[in-house]
Write a protein that binds this ligand. Sequence first.
Ligand code: SAH
Ligand code: SF4
Ligand code: F3S
Length: 478
Amino acid sequence: MYNQNPTLEGIGKKIDESKQGEVFFQGQFTDQGGAKRFYIESYGCQMNFSDSEIVASILGEAGFRPTRNMEESDLILINTCSIREKAEDTVRKRLRVFDKVKEGRPGTLVGVLGCMAERLKSKFLDEEKLVDLVIGPDAYRDLPTLVAGAEDGEKGVNVFLSREETYADISPLRLDSNGVAAFISIMRGCDNMCSFCVVPFTRGRERSRDCFSILAEATDLYNKGYREVTLLGQNVDSYKWENPESGQKVSFANLLEMVALVHPDLRVRFSTSHPKDITDEVLHTMAKYENICKYIHLPVQSGNSRVLDLMNRTYDREWYMERVDAIYRIIPDCAISSDIIAGFCTETEEEHQDTLSMIEYSNYSMSYMFFYSERPGTMAARKFEDDIPQEVKKRRLQEIIRLQNQISFKHNQNDIGKTFKVLIEGDSKRSDQDFKGRNSQNKMIVFPKKEGLKPGDYTTVKVYEATSATLKGNIVSE
Ligand code: SAH
Ligand code: SF4
Ligand code: F3S
């Protein structure tokens, strides 16, 4: 599923490629004639998709209704990503499309949200004449006011980055809802300053959300029939929250345990873990609770210590390997996935080989793979020359993709004959006779339906066939 449309730039983004730009919402609103309508498209990582649900909630409170049809909307929003140049190119292409809609429907407002809004700020209004609103990730509460101003012809910009905002009190309007799995944002921002990365500039300082509001959201989702939550943050392992009244300190391991205790039938996932911060305590908590999924996204970026140092990742090859060993020791059935960057500044062929050997060492079930894209303002852009020729970057990326595909294939083949507890998510893409669902290791399994089972139910499936992307199986009686 991640490999549907392989491009050299990267065969998978944080959100599965087929969903990038998708507009979706649950039918939570009855149509109230005359209400203003908004249309929203999202790009980038899960955090952005999660933020779009907060935006939808804020606009809903202000009387707006969502629509899937941009031609009938009064407000077109695009939640943008800046992580690589290509992500920004995609946004600009979409803005051309919105311009056309605006020509045919004067008065429609166009707003740019998210990381690219934060990066370019008011420059957006100069570069893209038809954009009316530019709003950064911490300023979404201001949307209704800015929209009102724009309706009176006043273009609006709010890119203020906050040290406190976590939108803790806002109940997200679940846009992408299969009614089974949902995201819960547990922290915002990032303090890590990896030299290649634009996120600290677009999302500001790291802050953790009140753990009780997280628990309330998880409980509410369970009561509404959801059976899986993914706790989101750029670096979930550095989650820390202190109760201002009792002084009680809550670490990520503590939070994970609290969410796992909401209900044994509520699965818990999390993303993203940072290799420097993932503790044995987190691993032991994962091992202790059946409903904490045995899957860790642990981006390595490079397998070479010198390159990791230039990237300012603050761990080296040996440290990473030790963390991988600890995961397999404490949670033997855990799957690990990764993010990998090919062709970072000054990377040699031998150093690239270290990345290849790391893929084998870690036995990743899958990876998101990219070639390095210089981002203005980052430490790498300021300090290092982007000196690896494009053809070399692309060739190295191809080698990484080829090897990862082989490893994923073997990883999946190894599941043939095994049985897994699967949470049913819905019909498979290919046939309404089949269900699809994930196992604890985050692998998608497709299997024929059985009377009486529906999305949100658990079932046990035995795998009989595997490709590098999906498993096929049959329900076995429990
Ligand atoms: N917080 C996460 C990553 C978020 S960005 C972490 O630390 O792992 C998602 C991925 O995009 C990164 O892991 C990295 O592999 C990739 N990425 C980030 N900046 C990039 C750049 N300038 N060029 C290419 N890939 C990049
Ligand atoms: Fe970017 Fe590094 Fe923060 Fe991840 S941890 S968001 S790669 S700065
Ligand atoms: Fe996410 Fe892209 Fe921003 S990856 S944090 S939306 S730059």
